[in-house]
Structure formats: C-alpha cells, structure tokens
Design a protein around this ligand. Structure first.
Ligand SMILES: CC(C)(COP(=O)(O)OP(=O)(O)OC[C@H]1O[C@@H](n2cnc3c(N)ncnc32)[C@H](O)[C@@H]1OP(=O)(O)O)[C@@H](O)C(=O)NCCC(=O)NCCS
Length: 184
C-alpha cells in the first residue's frame, strides 16, 4: 500500500507503516496509562477488522510519532437496511503535543479517507469538545442502539451519507469482539 501523506502545521499526518506499529503501541500505553487501548489496536489489526488506510499517525519534524487515530468497520443496521459504519477508536495525542489541533487534524484526514472508502456513518466515543467541531453529534448518536448508548454525550455519530440515521426510524450499531474484550 502506498503511504498517503498530509502536511499539518509543522507535523506530517500519514497512513501507518510497519515501522510505526511498535511506536503506536507505546503511544497508546503512555497516553491512556494502561494496556487496553494498545491491545485494542493490536487485536483489531490481527483480527481481520483492520483497514490499513484507516490507521493514521501524526509525526513531528523530529520523526516522533506524536498522535494516532484508528477507524475500523463495525456493523450498522437501520430499518432501511445495512449502513457502512466505521468506529473511531482509539485516538491519542502525546501529552507534550496537546492543544495544537492534532486530534482534529488526524480526524479530518481520517474522515477524508472514510469518504473515499464510502463509509456512510462514523461512531465515536470521546469527550465531545474535540470532535463536535467536526460535526459529530451526541444527539444523532442517541437515535442509535448500541452497547455505548448509556455513555451520554461521549457517544457521538457523524453521517457521511446524509439522512442515513436522521431519516430513519430505527438504527443499531454492533461493535466487533475486540471492543467488547477491551471494555471487559
Ligand atoms: C483527546 C485528545 C486526543 C485531544 O488531542 P489534542 O490534539 O490536544 O486535541 P485538539 O488540539 O485537536 O483539540 C483540543 C481541544 O480539545 C479540548 N480537550 C482535549 N482534551 C480534553 C479533555 N480531556 N477534556 C476536555 N476537553 C479536552 C481542549 O481543551 C481543546 O479545546 P479548545 O481548542 O477549545 O481549547 C488528547 O487529549 C488525548 O490523547 N487524550 C487522552 C486520550 C483520549 O481521551 N482519547 C479520546 C478518546 S479515544
């Protein structure tokens, strides 16, 4: 796979390469202070849920991996039929590089990739402030049945295909096994 690259305010955002894998693991361990999210990435990567174009890193001018974001495919279903759905998780930016809009930049590039792969709906579990400026909505997510439905405003959704949720009567998303194990 060719590496896709974006320039972002002194950083490079690009699709992951094999050399990034150990650095992504370490970044997630450092940022979350536990193994769960690093393990989630590994399990998604190993479990057939991984889409290489959907794992992006932010790299500093010094070549340090300072941020990572991953989208994997989950199952989406509405009363009108199946919906191609992606789940963003995890997303991490190293502490010393926060508030530079790196998380926003990573998500912007990821959504560009998701549109290319014709995803129709994107789900996300995170504090709203970073992502509602990208159009993610907790109100929209409340229409969708899920194991995270009781997560309040952290559970957010974005329609990439207009109306795919807002114009349906009923919707459900089902996460893959690695998420269930990560939460367990
Ligand atoms: C959430 C995270 C990815 C944001 O990274 P970032 O590059 O600093 O984010 P951005 O610069 O794009 O946006 C920063 C904005 O989000 C807000 N923000 C970031 N983390 C926040 C938090 N934990 N609580 C509340 N607001 C937060 C900042 O105040 C800032 O808002 P402002 O621009 O209005 O001042 C980063 O803080 C992180 O890795 N946190 C730990 C892991 C995590 O929670 N990941 C998300 C769920 S998987």
């Amino acid at each position: 796979m060719t590496t896709k690259t974006w320039k972002y305010d002194g950083f490079v955002i690009r699709t992951e390469t094999a050399e990034d894998i150990a650095k992504i693991r370490q970044l997630n361990k450092d940022v979350f202070g536990q193994e769960n999210e690093a393990r989630l990435v590994d399990q998604l990567r190993d479990g057939g849920h991984f889409i290489p174009q959907m794992s992006l890193v932010a790299v500093s001018a010094q070549g340090e991996v300072t941020g990572h974001i991953l989208l994997s495919e989950i199952t989406g279903l509405t009363d009108k039929g199946p919906v191609k759905t992606g789940a963003i998780a995890p997303g991490a930016v190293a502490k010393q590089h926060r508030s530079l809009k790196l998380a926003k930049g990573l998500a912007d590039c990821l959504l560009e990739q998701a549109r290319l792969l014709e995803f129709e709906l994107i789900m996300l579990l995170a504090r709203p402030r970073v992502y509602n400026r990208l159009g993610f909505s907790a109100e929209l997510a409340r229409k969708i049945e899920s194991v995270y439905s009781d997560a309040g405003d952290a559970f957010q959704a974005l329609e990439l295909k207009q109306g795919v949720i807002s114009e349906t009567a009923w919707a459900r998303v089902t996460y893959t096994a690695p998420f269930v194990e990560c939460d367990g």
